[in-house]
Design a protein around this ligand. Structure first.
Ligand code: AHR
Length: 663
């Protein structure tokens, strides 16, 4: 018996005693390392984003003041409270009679009736589930104000604990004039335990009336970008090394009505002039601080490409614009938007972008027309709308790839965006081979939204296993599936923060974490070559799965449909790629079974070093997960390994996703 056989036998014994999964015989993966089954698209792994689950306001967009424009509720200054200390008296109310500007037709009026000595009266903002305070951190506060002649000032701006006992940082504005003026201060904390139970307080110690407009507070941002993004969330995204960002939606692009769509022209320029809008698709106010240029800046910060979705004349409550002259302004809007992104400073909208602070055009290859237009119940509506957009975009920008959101008649889109939300790990895994037999004659595929929806607010290990099985299929078929992105990306895990369960990355006011599905994606995105190698698999074990008798997204159908027949779904999935520059081979193996799996790997057409690397994500149970209190329970573990070669065997742990990096 050779040394290698002994190692294999030892591993086999270990696997058997661990109770390895039962198949029809030994599991063998035969990899042809000298052949190319397909090329891996350089755009395969990307990100999708929209304002859902407090993704921007209360999420990535670093603004800490909630309802800074006082427009969230037309009647009440929600998230603002009146502060009265030591017997000071006064009142606070919205004052549409003193509008801040044309875009923000109200202000917040503070009337201080009685304040002397230690008495104070002011306004306080409770932020998005609290204002975070961290040690030795500089916060930038700004507000507009004007005062009546009775008010002599000063105003104190402070970060204060909710119980009023601790002032973490404060600054003074000596005098407020009688007309609107912007005031800015820095609030720098010293030693402080990180906490979220705090407010931003602006208060006065003398009587009079002060009107406020647009009150803002920013912590340090990623790359120190003004009006920028939360550092921890950007780092989680950067770590995924995505290729692109699909924005601005999703349902958020469409809105429930035409009036509440993502109207990009109202989201650019000075944030103080942006009206904001009701994000009725997800039922909360959007400040539009995260506007078109901020999405592009986000791409720039991550060194990735925008995939721009343009509004296509259809909104969710079956409001649509008739094809022809009625649709023309919307087509023009899309062309203007593309010019804003790509035009040089000499063009109308490129010039506007330059004036907004970004003279250089952005790279853009893909434009998507609409979102999920299968939901438009008017027959042929999307065919007509798509054709009008497609013709106009291609006429002006022939180099752009135009993405349709469903199959269309009349025009041939370059790419079709397909969305797959699956209700269980087995369901997702059952589709992992869907693209193997898809004809290569039509448009390319963009899987623009997908997820195994198991676990909330973020996916658990079972979801990650379903996702990983699915990703092996996308990667293997990446000549066809040129782009993919999971959705939704973000969720604020505070109570009331989630509108859609099972979201990739969770966070609260102070911290954030990646779900097991996040780490599975990161493993796939960071570890692949540029060519797919043919893999012939033998003895793949399966388990029986009973598909549910439910509608598309788990909704009960009336009358309930008959149960579909049970299916045998593989518990093991694999895909292999090679980097033709370095020669590195990446073998990904997903073992969904509850027991370790012994696998024989036979490589032909390359000599393989016995030493390599294994990156493994595994869990004791499919229900295991990460959370805001246990953010790193399931994370990938990288180990140096030996025993690789042209023929080797390896045991893949129960509930695991493994990347073997072979030289
Ligand atoms: O990702 C959540 C929603 O699912 C998206 O907004 C929409 O496109 C899809 O229906």
């Amino acid at each position: 018996m050779t040394m290698k056989t002994i190692v294999v036998c030892a591993l086999l014994t270990a696997a058997l005693s661990a109770g390895h999964a039962q198949g029809n015989g030994p599991v063998v993966l035969q990899i042809r390392a000298d052949q190319v089954a397909a090329h891996v698209s350089p755009m395969l792994y990307g990100l999708m984003t929209e304002e859902i689950n407090y993704s921007y306001d209360g999420g990535l967009y670093a603004e800490l003041v909630r309802n800074r424009q006082f427009k969230e509720d037309p009647k009440e200054p929600v998230h603002w409270q009146l502060v009265r200390e030591n017997g000071g008296t006064g009142s606070m109310a919205l004052d549409p009679a003193q509008p801040f500007n044309d875009a923000i037709g109200t202000s917040l009026k503070l009337t201080v009736s009685q304040a002397a000595g230690k008495q104070r009266v002011g306004i306080a903002n409770d932020g998005f589930w609290g204002i975070p305070v961290k040690a030795a951190t500089r916060y930038h506060a700004s507000f507009h104000a004007k005062a009546d002649t009775a008010f002599t000032g000063p105003l104190t701006v402070a970060l204060v604990s909710n119980d009023g006992a601790t002032v973490y940082a404060s600054a003074t504005v000596a005098h407020v004039t009688g007309s609107w003026k912007k005031y800015e201060v820095n609030l720098t904390t010293d030693k402080a335990a990180a906490s979220a139970e705090n407010r931003l307080v602006i208060s006065a110690a003398s009587p009079g009336t002060v009107w406020f407009g647009m009150i803002s507070l920013f912590p340090p941002t990623f790359n120190n970008r003004p009006n920028g993004f939360r550092k921890d969330l950007m780092q989680l995204l950067a770590d995924m090394k995505p290729a692109f960002l699909r924005f601005p939606g999703g349902n958020y692009l469409e809105g429930n009505t035409i009036a509440t769509r993502f109207d990009w022209k109202k989201t650019i320029g000075d944030v103080e002039q942006r009206p904001g809008h009701m994000n009725d698709a997800w039922r909360y106010w959007s400040s539009d601080g995260m506007g078109l240029l901020e999405f592009l800046n986000w791409c720039e910060d991550l060194h990735i490409e925008p995939v721009l979705a343009v509004y296509a004349g259809y909104s969710l409550r079956q409001e649509r614009v008739a094809v022809g002259p009625d649709l023309e302004p919307y087509v023009k809007d899309a062309l203007d938007e593309i010019e804003y992104v790509t035009g040089d400073a000499g063009t109308t909208w490129g010039g506007r972008r330059a004036r907004d602070g970004h003279p250089a055009p952005f790279k853009l290859q893909y434009v998507e027309v609409g979102n999920e237009d299968t939901f438009d119940r008017q027959a042929g509506s999307y065919d007509g709308r798509f054709a009008q957009f497609f013709d106009a975009i291609k006429a002006k920008y022939p180099q752009l790839q135009v993405i349709a959101t469903m199959n269309v008649n009349g025009r041939t889109p370059d790419v079709i965006d397909e969305h797959y939300y699956r209700r269980s790990e087995d369901e997702m895994a059952s589709h992992a081979h869907d693209y193997d037999a898809r004809p290569r004659t039509g448009p390319k595929v963009f899987v623009g939204e997908w997820a195994t929806r198991v676990g909330e607010p973020t996916p658990n290990m079972s979801a990650a296993l379903g996702d990983a099985a699915w990703m092996t299929g996308m990667e293997r078929n990446s000549d066809l599936v040129v782009m993919s992105c999971y959705a939704p990306l973000f969720v604020n895990v505070n109570k009331g923060g989630m509108q859609w369960r099972t979201d990739l990355i969770g966070y609260d006011t102070l911290s954030s974490y990646g779900s097991p599905a996040y780490y599975a994606q990161k493993m796939f995105s960071l570890n692949h070559g540029d060519v797919v190698l043919p893999v012939v698999a033998q003895g793949i074990p399966t388990r029986e799965w009973q598909p549910p008798a439910l509608g598309r997204r788990g909704a009960a159908a009336t009358p309930p449909p008959a149960s579909p027949p049970p299916q045998q779904v593989p518990t093991l999935f694999a895909v292999a790629t090679r980097d033709s520059g370095t020669g590195t081979i990446y073998l990904k193996v997903v073992n969904r079974a509850g027991s370790a799996q012994f696998v024989r790997v036979e490589l032909t057409g390359a000599s393989v070093d016995s030493r390599g690397q294994a990156i493994t994500l595994s869990a004791g149970s499919p229900d295991d997960t990460n959370s805001i209190t246990e953010p790193s329970r399931i994370v990938p573990v990288t180990t140096a390994i030996d025993g690789l070669g042209s023929n080797f065997s390896r045991v893949f742990p129960a509930y695991s996703i493994t990347v073997l990096k072979m030289r």
